[in-house]
Ligand binder design. Structure first.
Ligand code: ACM
Length: 538
């Protein structure tokens, strides 16, 4: 049995020749504070192995405990003899260690039911001491462009957990759809969650999928998702976009738009890709409306951070709007960029007054940012560098490196999504902390996240294809203490991936195989528009 852990742990010592066996009599002894992890292990490993893993002591047992001397998400796992010991700095650390324990049992531990009932289960004798490099190890999923039904979101959380990721950035609204029930504004989902047709492929594609697309999560769905994530020690950070990427909201409530410039009552939910010019009007009515949205959101999501978007807000309608002009005069603002900044500052203050923190895409730096607000640096490293230097926390997610909608290979068989080639190796060599930051500035980098934008991902299988195997490389970047990019052992990572593909197979993940897409994963290149290379770092 190879020990091919992904993400790689800080320290792995193998030793001894004996293997610890797990069988029907193996007990699971949960120390104080680890009951939730025991529950997860019993449900997950219990299902895969068919073993009851009953609570209690016995000569053959797995012991879970908290060791406050370990880092909060760190753990130590010892499988040399019975009892198998797993200790974490907190329940989260024990849970991360439980992922390692599962990997050590082999790929069949990733199934939902035993495939060879009665088989032996054994652990290789190892000691693992491990802790994450970053406290924010995120995945963003865009459920606005293509809706992911709730079970798909829960599965996504399981896949994140298996890779020791801990922040799910839930992109809930955009021009093409509003996906969360807001009880006081029912039309956001009645109208805003459906579009009549969908562009198939890149926006330059001539093809349409001429059927309605949509869906949304009820507030109970959201509570279930948040609770399911919490059981896996994953924080869900919701994103509601303001003031751009808002056409679905304007289609539902036309008074939110720039009614003196366009007939917003005639707008539908957007059916193509790109950046809609139909942005929110900078009025008191809009602010009050969105405060209402965020009030309901705060009840649903306990996260410290609330993401407000803030990216790609075209100012054209504001330039033409007498209402916007009057607003700028009232507020003493010099231009439309300051209006955008005022909009974001309003919600930064509003969230801070409620004990939360605003996070937004790096455009929110333009015009100054409220203290305590944080930045998702997406247009490159530069936004993150500027934010860190200005004393803001940063999540590094530069599109040049970790936008998983970009194609994984230049081959003709590759389904052509948006943009340039980002291979598994490119992602493996991504470094979240740019060398120009001082140590103190680097301390502002909370971590990193991979972003899955779904314009060209019309099905969950396509999301799998774009996300895996690159998310495994990303997880190692976010968790493991890797050396500088050029010194990383990609060949070693690929060797470990051999075992990891077997786990992904057992989990039913439709990843891109190393040899290229399977026939059913191919898609005619005419639908995409590859570009030569990544955009410049802004
Ligand atoms: C973004 O990709 N517009 C954040």
């Amino acid at each position: 049995m190879d020990v091919d852990l992904i993400p790689a742990p800080r320290e792995l010592r193998t030793g001894g020749s004996g293997r610890v066996r797990l069988g029907p009599g193996t007990r699971l002894a949960a120390g104080p504070g680890t009951e939730g992890v025991a529950h997860w292990l019993r449900a997950t490993l219990g299902a895969a192995t068919g073993l009851p893993l009953a609570e209690g002591d016995g000569p053959l047992r797995i012991e879970l405990g908290i060791d406050p001397d370990l880092p909060p998400e760190g753990y130590r796992l010892d499988t040399g003899e019975h009892p198998v010991r797993l200790a974490g700095g907190s329940a989260a650390g024990v849970f991360r260690g439980a992922q390692t324990l599962r990997q050590l049992l082999g790929p069949d531990a990733f199934r939902r039911a035993p495939v060879r009932p009665g088989r032996d289960w054994e652990l290789p004798p190892v000691t693992v001491e491990d802790a994450p490099r970053f406290r924010w190890r995120g995945l963003m999923l865009d459920v606005a462009r293509h809706f992911m039904p709730k079970d798909g979101v829960l599965r996504c959380l399981d896949l994140m957990a298996a890779h020791k990721l801990n922040v799910f950035h839930f992109h809930l609204t955009d021009d093409q759809g509003w996906r969360v029930e807001i009880t006081r504004y029912p039309k956001l989902t009645e109208t805003g969650s459906w579009r009549s047709r969908t562009k198939f492929g890149h926006r330059a594609s001539p093809l349409w999928d001429d059927k309605p697309h949509g869906g949304f999560y009820t507030q109970d769905d959201i509570r279930e998702i948040v609770a399911y994530a919490a059981e896996r020690h994953i924080t869900v950070v919701p994103e509601i976009d303001v003031p751009g990427h808002s056409q679905a909201a304007v289609a539902a409530y036309p008074e939110l738009g720039n009614t003196d410039v366009v007939d917003t009552a005639a707008l539908g939910v957007w059916d193509t890709w790109g950046i809609s010019p139909n942005v929110l009007a900078p009025t008191e009515n809009t602010l009050r409306f969105y405060e209402g949205v965020f009030e309901e959101l705060l009840d649903l999501f306990p996260s410290e951070f609330i993401h407000v978007g803030g990216d790609e807000c075209p100012k054209e309608q504001w330039r033409r709007s007498a209402t916007a002009k009057a607003r700028m005069e009232d507020l003493g603002l010099a231009d439309e960029d300051e209006l955008q900044s005022w909009f974001i500052a309003h919600f930064a203050g509003w969230l801070a007054a409620r004990g939360r923190r605003l996070i937004g895409w790096d455009e929110i730096l333009e015009g100054g940012l409220a203290p305590g607000a944080a930045v998702s640096s997406w247009r490159g490293y530069q936004g993150g560098i500027a934010a860190a230097r200005a004393g803001h926390d940063v999540v590094m997610c530069p599109e040049q490196h970790v936008y998983l909608d970009h194609r994984q290979d230049g081959g003709a068989d590759e389904p052509v999504p948006i943009g340039f080639v980002r291979t598994l190796e490119d992602v493996y060599r991504f470094e979240p902390v740019p060398p120009e930051l001082t140590e103190a500035e680097a301390g502002r980098v909370l971590g990193t996240q991979a972003n899955v934008w779904t314009e060209v991902m019309e099905s969950p299988a396509r999301v799998d294809y774009q996300t895996f195997p690159r998310l495994a490389a990303f997880a190692e970047v976010a968790w493991s203490a890797l050396p500088a990019p050029a010194e990383r052992d990609f060949a070693g990572f690929e060797r470990r991936m051999t075992g990891h593909y077997a786990r992904l197979d057992a989990l039913g993940v439709a990843y891109r195989p190393p040899a290229g897409p399977r026939p059913w994963q191919r898609r005619p290149g005419v639908l995409g528009r590859p570009i030569d290379g990544p955009p410049p770092d802004k």
